[in-house]
Design a protein around this ligand. Structure first.
Ligand code: ATP
Ligand code: MG
Length: 338
């Protein structure tokens, strides 16, 4: 049995070695290109899906966000100070105890702690005022990372099952979450391979700039190689254009080219380059929680990420219909013990 803080115990479905069903949403947010908004997209999607919004037509979901990047930016995005982080994805990947891995709750930062961290960070930046209620999240868990993870690639390089460590660790808890979202580093090394081996879907943020096109082909080849060699369940869930400048011809050209290369995969929602999105980590909360979504002004970035989360959710529902999944998705709130 696995119980998370603030949750009642629910049955554990051990799925060791079993292949992932297409309705299981384990999503690696990946692109070896640095700075294309992988973390920003992972963090805002995770927060929006976990928070839900009646107004945006998005039901609440239970979400696990995994940071597999040694930069450890996911924790910072929720105002969690790195010195307060106890166990990380490094400990998880390098755990050699051989037991059925692991008592996951030891590793995760739960919704209560995430909310407290965000509220403390907000107060610190705003003359000790009380943080608004929107700066909170009820169904989100975070497996943080820190710089130690940078040594994991070398440490794991001679170990058996080095590519499947995350997958094995997630198997015992996979049924506990509606979505597991994995943020990856800007490289295609062992950490990204672990993420794409544990996932059944890849979400690719692409920055709307010229060099993105070169990196894009490389990424598609790597995904194909992973599909062929280690995870034939891996599929591309969607491509999100980020840091778009609607006035720039180049931005539009890159969006068109990506659409030509991967028809039907591009999300309709694009994320513009907006100062409030970049400022959000400094205030210690993702923009979707920090800024009220509005058509223009301070809430524009928040609205764009809420809209992306909504499109994401719609795509999940369509995909489940397409695969003929009869099981009622937990997304729709069928679980009693949420
Ligand atoms: N829509 C946006 N508008 C403005 N700035 C943005 C936007 N999205 C992300 N940024 C900023 O761009 C920088 C890179 O974003 P982010 O860290 O999410 O990228 P990344 O792909 O995770 O980077 P890395 O490859 O280093 O992990 C950050 O400073 C972030 O705040
Ligand atoms: Mg990142």
């Amino acid at each position: 049995m696995v119980a998370f803080k603030g949750e009642s115990v629910s049955p554990l479905h051990v799925r060791g070695g079993e292949e992932l069903n297409p309705y299981k949403m384990v999503i690696a947010v990946a692109n070896q290109k640095g700075g294309c908004a992988k973390t920003t997209t992972a963090v805002n999607l995770a927060a929006a899906l976990a928070k839900g919004s009646k107004r945006q037509g998005l039901p609440k979901a239970k979400v696990l966000l995994i940071d597999l990047d040694p930069q450890g930016n996911c924790a910072t995005s929720f105002g969690v100070e790195k010195k307060n982080v106890k166990k990380t994805s490094y400990d998880l990947l390098t755990n050699d105890s051989g037991e059925e891995l692991p008592l996951m709750e030891e590793y995760l930062i739960g919704p209560k702690e995430l909310t407290e961290s965000m509220q403390d960070a907000w107060s610190l930046r705003n003359n000790n005022k009380k943080a608004p209620d929107s700066v909170s999240v009820g169904h989100l868990w975070l497996l943080p990372s820190d710089i130690h993870l940078s040594g994991a690639e070398i440490e794991l390089s001679h170990k058996i099952g080095r590519e499947t460590r995350l997958r094995e660790a997630l198997m015992p808890i996979i049924d506990e979450f509606d979505y597991i979202i994995i943020d990856t580093p800007p490289s295609l090394g062992l950490l990204s391979i672990n993420a794409m081996c544990a996932a059944n879907w890849v979400m690719v943020p692409v920055q709307a700039e010229y060099y993105a096109l070169e990196g894009f082909s490389m990424l598609m080849n790597s995904i194909k190689m992973i599909q062929r060699r280690i995870n034939r369940n891996l599929k591309i869930f969607g491509i999100a254009m980020t840091m778009v400048d609607a006035r720039s011809k180049l931005s539009r050209h890159v969006c068109d080219e990506v659409n030509k290369k991967m028809p039907n995969k591009l999300f309709k929602t694009t994320i513009r380059r907006l100062v409030k999105v970049a400022e959000a980590p400094w205030s210690g909360a993702p923009t979707v929680l920090l800024n009220k979504p509005t058509n223009s002004g301070a809430g524009a970035g928040s609205l764009e990420y809420w809209t992306l989360a909504k499109e994401f959710h719609k795509r999940v529902q369509e995909m489940r219909r397409e695969f003929g999944v009869n099981e009622v998705p937990r997304l729709l709130g069928s679980r009693k013990n949420r």
